[in-house]
Design a protein around this ligand. Structure first.
Ligand SMILES: Nc1ncnc2c1ncn2[C@@H]1O[C@H](COP(=O)(O)OP(=O)(O)OP(=O)(O)O)[C@@H](O)[C@H]1O
Ligand SMILES: [Mg+2]
Length: 245
């Protein structure tokens, strides 16, 4: 079905994007849409193109073919700064917080990076979103790995984005931290009204989130549905087999 780029509720539209690196087709005709406020996961084996897809949305990588539209505006050709200023926030796999600042100060710094004119949430509200209210005065460097990851998500929330892209947010977390991250993503999206796309290898996270799942294999989107529906597909079992041990 063809959608108008400004259809109500439509936030992100990835339209038949392709990208080659030398002889490798990293993305091949990837096509999907994300509604405002929607939460979804992208799964698929190592090297199938998940991070490249994020790079393409955020302007780090240009599409070879196709285009990306955000809120009715074409992003292709805009650099990462411009895309960020439109309200797309992104978390990389390795947490990068200011270790010598407190948790609350880290959130304060993040506010300075927000787009001009954005209605920013109060730091206390973000502390509550990420569950770090009790350690707000502690140095970020003293936090556990999992809490640093949550703080980094909080630094994105502090900028009032409309779309958050999280690349393997539970990497290196304990099982309990992983489950708490499911709640954090749900809570943050509900309270802040933002859409959230999560690339994740941990099937415990994907199952517990119980959201829409896009399945990628070798640069292509091979399934798009609720986790309960797509988990039985052969392509998904392949993706499971391809995941990290
Ligand atoms: N800048 C680049 N130059 C050359 N090849 C690249 C570049 N970026 C990605 N690739 C290649 O494109 C393919 C897709 O990589 P990508 O990082 O998107 O995979 P991924 O699905 O995120 O994998 P992982 O689960 O391991 O993070 C890989 O074969 C990778 O080596
Ligand atoms: Mg990746």
């Amino acid at each position: 079905m063809k959608h108008d780029a400004r259809a109500p509720g439509l936030l992100l539209r990835v339209e038949r994007v392709s990208r080659d690196f030398g002889g490798l087709r990293a993305l091949d005709g990837v096509d999907f849409e994300v509604a405002a406020g929607e939460v979804l996961c992208i799964i698929g084996p190592n090297g199938c193109g998940k991070t490249t897809l994020f790079n393409l949305i955020t302007g780090q990588v240009r599409p070879g073919g196709g285009r990306v539209c955000f809120d009715g505006r074409e992003l292709s050709g805009l650099g990462p700064d411009r895309v960020a200023r439109l309200g797309v926030a992104r978390k990389f796999q390795v947490p990068s917080v200011f270790e010598d600042l407190t948790v609350r100060e880290n959130l304060g710094v993040a506010r300075f990076a927000a787009p001009a004119g954005a209605a920013l949430p109060e730091p206390e509200a973000v502390l509550s979103d990420i569950g770090l209210g009790d350690v707000a005065g502690e140095l970020a460097g003293a936090l556990s790995h999992g809490r640093k990851q949550w703080l980094e998500v909080g630094m994105l929330l502090a900028q009032a984005p409309r779309l958050v892209l999280l690349d393997e947010p539970t990497a290196g977390m304990t099982g309990a931290e992983t489950m708490a991250t499911v709640e954090l993503v749900r809570r943050a999206s509900r309270r802040r009204g933002m859409a959230c796309v999560v690339v994740e290898h941990d099937m415990r996270f994907v199952e517990a989130l119980d959201a829409r799942v896009l399945v990628m294999l070798a640069g292509r989107l091979v399934a798009d549905g609720r986790f309960a529906e797509v988990r039985r597909l052969p392509a998904v079992r392949e993706a499971y087999l391809g995941r990290r041990a």
